[in-house]
Design a protein around this ligand. Structure first.
Ligand code: ACM
Length: 676
C-alpha cells in the first residue's frame, strides 16, 4: 500500500513538472526559465559582493542599493559600505559579471542569468541593465525560516518578451510632485519596466519650465511645473535604474493651457484660461499659421535638448475640429490646398511637426489618431482606442505600442489587464509583423486621482502589466498571478510607495481620526465604479474638487472581496460543502452596519455610503441563510428566492460612486439554495 502511494506521489509530481511553467517562486515578472535546485543560499552577516567586467558606472550605486535593501530587510550588518569600481573583497560569495556598459535606449540587451547555489551567487549579464534586473529578481527571492534568511538555489535565465514596457504618468490633470515620480520609477525598476512616458501638457496644465517661452509655465501651470533642473534630476534618476524617460506634449488638441499664454496660436481668438473641467475641449492649434510652426520648432528644440531619449510623443488624440470648422481662413486654406477634411488637416500638421522633430534628432510617437494615410513609416503608433490600430500599423510596417486594455485609471480588475496580450496567441500577424509591436504602457490619467491616492491606482495592478510585457506568453495563470502580486505589492512599500499606507490615512481622515475598524471592513469590500461612470452619476468633477471621499480611498480589485468570491466558488464546487471558511466573515459583516453607524453619525462625509453599509449587512445575512439551506439540503420556498433576488438587485447599486464587490457571489449562493 505504501509503495503504491509513493508511486502515485511520484507520478503526480512528474505530471505537474511536465505541465510547467509552475510559477511557484514569489517572482514578478516571472522569468523566462527557472530551474529550482534542492538547496538554499544562507544569508549571513559576512555577505559581500563584487562587480567584475566592463559595466556602466551605474552598476555600483545599484549594487549598493541592493545590498542596503537586503540589509534593511534582514537586519544583518554587512561589512561593505558603498560599492565602487575599486571595491576589493576576498572571495566574495556573490559575483556580478557584466560584459559591457548598457545604453538606456530602446532594444538594449536586458538579459541576465542568476545562478544561486548553496555557497555562491553568480549574476551574469551582457549589460548592467540586465544585471540590475537580476538584482530585483534576487531581492524578490529573499525568504526566511527558523534558521534565518536565505535565497532558494535556482538557475534563472531571463530576458524580456517586449523591449518597450512603460508607465505613462499624467502630471497635468493633477500635478504630480517629483517624489511621486521618483518612487514610481523605483517601483517600475522593481518589476523590470523600462520606459516612463511623462504626459506634460494638457488643457488643464502646462507642466514644464520653458526658458524660450516662459509664459508657458508662468501662465499655463498655476505655478505647478517642473524646472529644467528637476527634469534633469528625474531623467538621471531613471537612467540609473535603466529607465528611459520621454515627454508628451499633446498637439494640436488638448492645448488650452498653451493658449492661456499664447492665444495667437489657437484656431479661435482668445483670451483663454486654464481649463478646470474634465473632458474634450475645443481649443486647437492653428495648423495654417506659419507662426505656429516657428513657435513649436523653438519650443520642441528646447525640449529635445532637455529630454535625451530618442522618442518624443506629440499626443494627437481627440481633436474635435470645432475651431477649425468655424474658422473661415482655415476653411479657405483647406480649399486652396486640397485638404478634404479635418483628419487630412491634422495629417498636414503632423507632417510639419515630424519634420521639426526629425531636425531635432527625435523619432515621433503619437496616439493612434496620427495613424493616417500620408504619414511615413518611421513614426510609432500608440494604440489606445482599440487594438485595431496596433495590428494594422504592424501589418503596414509601422512600429506600435499598446495601451488599450492597460488604462489603469478605469479601475478594472488586475486579471483583465494581465490577460490583455499585445500579441495574443491567435494573432494573425506574421513573425515579421509581430516584431513591429514593441510592447505597451500602462496609462495613469489623473483626472480622478491626486498624488495622495495615485499610487493605489498604479500599484499593484501595473505589476501584472509588467509581467505581461516581460514574461513569456504562456505565463498567464491568473491564480498564481494573484498569489505573487500580493507579495510584490507589499515589497513595493520599501520604496516609499503609498498604495497601501495611504489607505488607512484616508480612512482616518474620513472618520475625523476616530476608530476606522468598521469603516475599513466595509471599504475593504467595495471598489470605485468602473470605466468613466464616475463622470456620469451627477457629480461634476473639476480640478479643484475634493478627491478624499470613500470612493477615492477604495481600491481597485478589492482583495478581500475577490477572495470571498473565490471562496464561494470553491464552496459551491466542493461536493463536501465545507462552509467553514465563509461563516466567520459573514457573521462579522452582518454585525458591521450597526457598529459603523456610530462612526457615520459623526462623519457627514460618510453619509453617502450608509446604504452600502446597510446592504453589506443584509446580503451577509442572506448568504448565511442560503448556506444554511444548502448545507442542510432543506427545501427553499419560492418566495424566499424571489424576495431575495430583489435585495440582490438593490445591493448591486452603487452608492457614493462605489460598489459592493460581494453581490455576485451571494447571488450564486441564493440561486444554488433556490434549486433545493
Ligand atoms: C487618450 O486617452 N485620449 C489618449
Amino acid at each position: 500500500m505504501k509503495k503504491i502511494k509513493f508511486l502515485l506521489v511520484v507520478l503526480i509530481m512528474a505530471f505537474s513538472i511536465s505541465l510547467t511553467p509552475a510559477q511557484n517562486l514569489p517572482l514578478m515578472p516571472y522569468p523566462k526559465s527557472v530551474k529550482q535546485l534542492n538547496t538554499n543560499f544562507r544569508l549571513d552577516k559576512e555577505f559581500t559582493l563584487f562587480v567584475e567586467g566592463n559595466p556602466n558606472e551605474r552598476i555600483y550605486p545599484a549594487a549598493t542599493r541592493m545590498l542596503r535593501r537586503l540589509s534593511d530587510r534582514t537586519g544583518l550588518f554587512f561589512p561593505q559600505d558603498v560599492i565602487t569600481s575599486t571595491t576589493k573583497t576576498e572571495s566574495p560569495p556573490m559575483v556580478i559579471s557584466v560584459k559591457r556598459p548598457g545604453k538606456v535606449i530602446l532594444n538594449e540587451d536586458e538579459s541576465y542569468q542568476l545562478f544561486i547555489y548553496d555557497n555562491k551567487i553568480q549574476l551574469m549579464a551582457e549589460t548592467d541593465l540586465g544585471a540590475m534586473h537580476g538584482f530585483e529578481t534576487l531581492l524578490q527571492l529573499l525568504s526566511a525560516d527558523e534558521n534565518g534568511y536565505y535565497l532558494p538555489a535556482v538557475e534563472i535565465e531571463d530576458q524580456p518578451r517586449f523591449p518597450w514596457r512603460g508607465l505613462m504618468i499624467d502630471a497635468c490633470r493633477h500635478f504630480m510632485p517629483i517624489n511621486m515620480v521618483k518612487r514610481n520609477l523605483d517601483a517600475m525598476a522593481a518589476v523590470k519596466m523600462n520606459v516612463l512616458h511623462w504626459h506634460l501638457s494638457e488643457d488643464q496644465g502646462f507642466r514644464v519650465e520653458s526658458k524660450v517661452y516662459p509664459k508657458l509655465h508662468q501662465l499655463g501651470s498655476d505655478g505647478l511645473y517642473y524646472s529644467h533642473a528637476q527634469i534633469k534630476d528625474v531623467i538621471e534618476y531613471a537612467a540609473a535604474r535603466g529607465i528611459r524617460v520621454y515627454p508628451e506634449f499633446d498637439v494640436p488638441g488638448h492645448a488650452t493651457s498653451w493658449f492661456a499664454a499664447y492665444p495667437e496660436f489657437a484656431s479661435a481668438p482668445g483670451p483663454y484660461t486654464i481649463e478646470r473641467n474634465w473632458g474634450i475641449f475645443d481649443p486647437t492649434f492653428d495648423p495654417t499659421n506659419e507662426e505656429t510652426y516657428t513657435f513649436l520648432n523653438n519650443f520642441f528644440g528646447e525640449m529635445a535638448a532637455l529630454f535625451p531619449d530618442e522618442y518624443f510623443h506629440i499626443g494627437g488624440d481627440e481633436v474635435n475640429g470645432k475651431q477649425w470648422d468655424a474658422n473661415e481662413s482655415i476653411q479657405k486654406f483647406m480649399n486652396e490646398n486640397n485638404i478634404p477634411d479635418n483628419h487630412a488637416l491634422q495629417t498636414y500638421f503632423n507632417q510639419r511637426i515630424l519634420k521639426i522633430l526629425t531636425k531635432h534628432g527625435k523619432k515621433m510617437i503619437g496616439w493612434d489618431e496620427i495613424f493616417q494615410p500620408g504619414m511615413p513609416q518611421n513614426i510609432v503608433i500608440h494604440s489606445w482606442r482599440g487594438t485595431k490600430a496596433l495590428m494594422e500599423a504592424a501589418q503596414k510596417g509601422y512600429r506600435s505600442i499598446l495601451s488599450n486594455g492597460y488604462y489603469i485609471d478605469l479601475i478594472q480588475p488586475t486579471d483583465f489587464h494581465y490577460l490583455n496580450d499585445p500579441i495574443p496567441a491567435d494573432s494573425p500577424l506574421s513573425e515579421k509583423e509581430k516584431k513591429n509591436i514593441l510592447g505597451g504602457e500602462a496609462t495613469m490619467w489623473s483626472e480622478l486621482v491626486t498624488h495622495e491616492n495615485v499610487d493605489s491606482r498604479i500599484w499593484p495592478r501595473t505589476a501584472a502589466i509588467a509581467e505581461r510585457l516581460w514574461s513569456p506568453q504562456n505565463i498567464n495563470d491568473v491564480d498564481t498571478m494573484y498569489k505573487r502580486i500580493e507579495r510584490i505589492s507589499f515589497l513595493l512599500e520599501e520604496h516609499g510607495l503609498l498604495h497601501i499606507k495611504n489607505y488607512e490615512m484616508m480612512l482616518r481622515r474620513l472618520t475625523n481620526n476616530n476608530d476606522i475598524t468598521y469603516l475599513k471592513t466595509l471599504v475593504d469590500l467595495i471598489e470605485p465604479v468602473k470605466i468613466y461612470t464616475r463622470h456620469r452619476q451627477g457629480v461634476k468633477y473639476t480640478s479643484f474638487s475634493p478627491y478624499t471621499r470613500v470612493v477615492d480611498a477604495a481600491r481597485p480589485d478589492a482583495d478581500a472581496a475577490r477572495k470571498f468570491r473565490n471562496e464561494v466558488d470553491r464552496y459551491l464546487a466542493d461536493p463536501m460543502l465545507n462552509s467553514s471558511n465563509l461563516i466567520p466573515s459573514l457573521l462579522r459583516w452582518v454585525d458591521n452596519h450597526s457598529k459603523l453607524m456610530e462612526t457615520i453619525k459623526l462623519s457627514p462625509i460618510l453619509k453617502e455610503i450608509e446604504p452600502l453599509s446597510h446592504n453589506l449587512s443584509k446580503i451577509a445575512s442572506l448568504a448565511l441563510e442560503a448556506i444554511e439551506y444548502i448545507n442542510n439540503n432543506r427545501p427553499t420556498p419560492q418566495y424566499w428566492v424571489e424576495q431575495n433576488l430583489d435585495l440582490i438587485e438593490e445591493a448591486k447599486k452603487p452608492y457614493g460612486q462605489a460598489e459592493l464587490m460581494l453581490v455576485s457571489a451571494v447571488e450564486k449562493l441564493v440561486l444554488t439554495a433556490g434549486k433545493n
